[in-house]
Design a protein around this ligand. Structure first.
Ligand SMILES: [Zn+2]
Length: 335
């Protein structure tokens, strides 16, 4: 048995047909974890779909109505890069409910993994890049609304920048002016950390600079990595971003977006991170949280390896890393 729960439903499957986004990966992750006896059936809990009211804590009523009524324009559907259907909307509502449940359980158990979610390219008024609803942003707003948390931090390690999340939580400086896009500001080859504004949610994104999205709204900390970045450099930048973020901001909850696509054999990624490097990345995030007694909820986001098996291995390793870190007593690291 794990020292925390995994949130999963068979209905996480997204009926999007033949697609680079393997919508069956959620089921494959569950099966692999059970097969390898990393987890037991009793470790899984089932989510309920998020309500429309929950989703509207982040997304505009106009956009939510379009999703519910099936009235997205052709352009809006194209921008989503997945085909629209009411069944796809239902699946996203369930992933979102899963992230809400995972965040609640994280507060109770210290850790929880949603075996899904991580749809960080969804903006308040539109979806893009395979993302319809920003599940973990909804979870944060839902917990804040109920007074369960005050402040949250997102740690986004998908290879693609968390543009939707940045737009949701960091859209304006205190003077109300929109932040300039970091993509437009930063043209250096070396990784650069930029710092934007933050109020009750602090957003960190560690991503490949020369990749989608080409306009990158500013996160609280953006680490723009060069093409081909390897394990040592990647882990050093993550360490740097985590230490810097946690020095500036003390969250009541960390939402970790554990994308598998920084992997060197990913079809949509251009970094050079090994499977072992990605597991070390997961451990680093979990240790940083555990040392400070900050609850973590983890979501999976992207993963498009040439071999789907590798994507599954990387996601399963996130669960294994969490089990290793959360089975041990928290370290005595001062807060
Ligand atoms: Zn991605």
């Amino acid at each position: 048995m794990l020292p925390f729960k995994l949130v999963y439903s068979e209905k996480y499957y997204l009926p999007i047909g033949e697609h680079v986004f393997r919508a069956d990966k959620f089921r494959m992750i569950r099966e692999r974890l059970l097969q390898q006896a990393v987890v037991a059936e009793g470790d899984f809990i089932s989510p309920q779909p998020a309500s429309e009211a929950d989703v509207m804590l982040v997304h505009s009523p106009l956009y939510v109505n379009k999703l519910m009524e099936g009235s997205l324009s052709a352009r809006e559907e194209l921008q989503m890069e997945i085909p629209y259907s009411p069944q796809v909307v239902d699946a996203f509502m369930l992933h979102t409910g899963g992230s809400i449940l995972a965040a609640e359980r994280a507060l109770q158990d210290g850790m929880c993994v949603n075996v899904g979610g991580g749809f960080h390219h969804a903006f308040p008024d539109h979806g893009e890049g395979f993302c319809m609803i920003n599940d973990f942003a909804v979870a944060i707003r839902s917990l804040q609304k109920r007074g369960l948390i005050r402040r949250a931090m997102t740690v986004d390690c998908d290879v693609h920048q968390g543009n939707g999340t940045a737009a949701i939580f960091g859209g304006a400086r205190p003077d109300g002016n929109p932040l300039p896009s970091s993509g437009a500001m930063l043209v250096q080859q070396a990784p650069v950390m930029t710092q934007g504004s933050s109020k009750d949610v602090f957003t960190i994104s560690l991503h490949q600079e020369n990749n989608y999205p080409f306009v990158k709204p500013a996160s609280s900390i953006d680490v723009n990595l060069p093409d081909g970045c390897g394990d040592a450099e990647y882990l050093a930048w993550l360490d740097n971003a985590l230490s810097s973020g946690l020095r500036q901001f003390q969250p009541d909850l960390i939402c970790y977006i554990a994308g598998a696509d920084p992997y060197r054999e990913d079809q949509l990624g251009g970094l050079n991170i090994s499977i072992e490097g990605l597991k070390q990345r997961d451990e680093m995030v979990f240790r940083a949280a555990r040392a400070r007694d900050i609850p973590v909820m983890s979501t999976f986001a992207g993963g498009y390896a040439n071999r789907a098996d590798d994507t599954v291995t990387i996601h399963c390793n996130t669960v294994i890393a969490a089990a290793e870190v959360f089975r041990t007593a928290p370290s005595q690291t001062p807060r």
